[in-house]
Design a binder for this molecule. Structure first.
Ligand SMILES: [Zn+2]
Length: 270
């Protein structure tokens, strides 16, 4: 596999000291995923574990009547199926790629073995679990308390954090599934956001956004949630940067091409 200076994109892996990362890296397989790809179906065993380096994965809850709603969005800050460390278990949600990306995957058994041996791996999984729980709690509150235009703005901002520019490759159908509403509601809400200057255009599966206006249109959840999660990651996952340097130069988990730099990443550097 070709080594590349861009190194790893996944924040949990990037926070691991080299000796702990070495417990995982030989077992990684690099994969890419396209929008609408289903990585785990509801009821499937949580195996393998995915560490996304880029892109976004939505956790979708499917109702018996065919309706869907998203409970969380995960990007390079997370690990899909990381709860398999608790023992073999099945997914309660369907994980669908919302934005194309790449990930390193490892079998749940190999991941559990490394987790048992490494305090650093246990630590990053625990930080991630707390961030995921926090997001779930905010989304639950948001769904109960806030209007659909504020909620749609929140999902658009969460997607925007994971793409390199202001054009989000997301269809109205995908937004309807994330929000758990009809397509007509998305169309109506989109025209409200357009009138507010938050969405300059919405054509051919691309939503162009105006970040500052969209932040004004969003409910408070996005800001509250992101601040808490950013703070948690910055305080708790910042330690082993100098030791990471040799890994970045030539690693098993390597990129053939540079992944998109997210705004979340640029915020970290400030
Ligand atoms: Zn909200």
């Amino acid at each position: 596999m070709t080594a590349h200076r861009t190194g790893i994109g996944n924040r949990l892996l990037a926070a691991l000291p080299p000796e702990d990362l070495a417990l995982l890296a030989p077992h990684f397989q690099k994969v890419s995923f396209e929008p609408d790809a289903i990585l785990v179906r509801s009821g499937d065993e949580l195996d393998p574990v995915y560490f996304p380096h880029s892109g976004a994965i939505a956790f979708m809850l499917e109702m018996p009547d065919g309706q869907t709603v998203a409970t969380t969005l995960m990007g390079r800050e997370g690990a899909l199926a990381s709860f398999s460390v608790l023992g073999p278990s099945h997914s309660s949600v369907t994980a669908t790629a919302r934005l194309a990306g790449t990930a390193s995957l490892i079998s749940a058994a190999k991941f559990r073995a490394a987790y048992a041996r490494s305090a650093a791996i246990r630590h990053v999984v625990q930080v991630h679990a707390r961030a995921l729980l926090l997001q779930l709690q905010h989304v639950a509150a948001c769904n109960a308390l806030h209007r659909v235009d504020g909620r749609m703005a929140r999902w658009l901002l969460q997607l925007h954090d994971r793409v390199p520019d202001d054009h989000l490759p997301v269809t109205q159908e995908a937004l309807a599934q994330l929000l758990g509403v009809r397509r007509t509601t998305v169309t109506l809400t989109m025209s409200k956001l357009r009138a507010a200057g938050a969405v300059p255009s919405d054509r051919r599966g691309f939503v162009e956004i105006h970040r500052a206006q969209l932040e004004r249109a969003a409910c408070d959840c996005y800001g509250l949630m992101q601040r808490k999660i950013d703070q948690m990651y910055c305080q708790e996952l910042s330690a082993p940067q100098p030791a990471l340097a040799p890994f970045r130069e030539g690693s098993v988990v390597a990129f053939d091409e540079a992944g998109p730099e997210s705004r979340a990443a640029s915020r970290e550097r400030k």
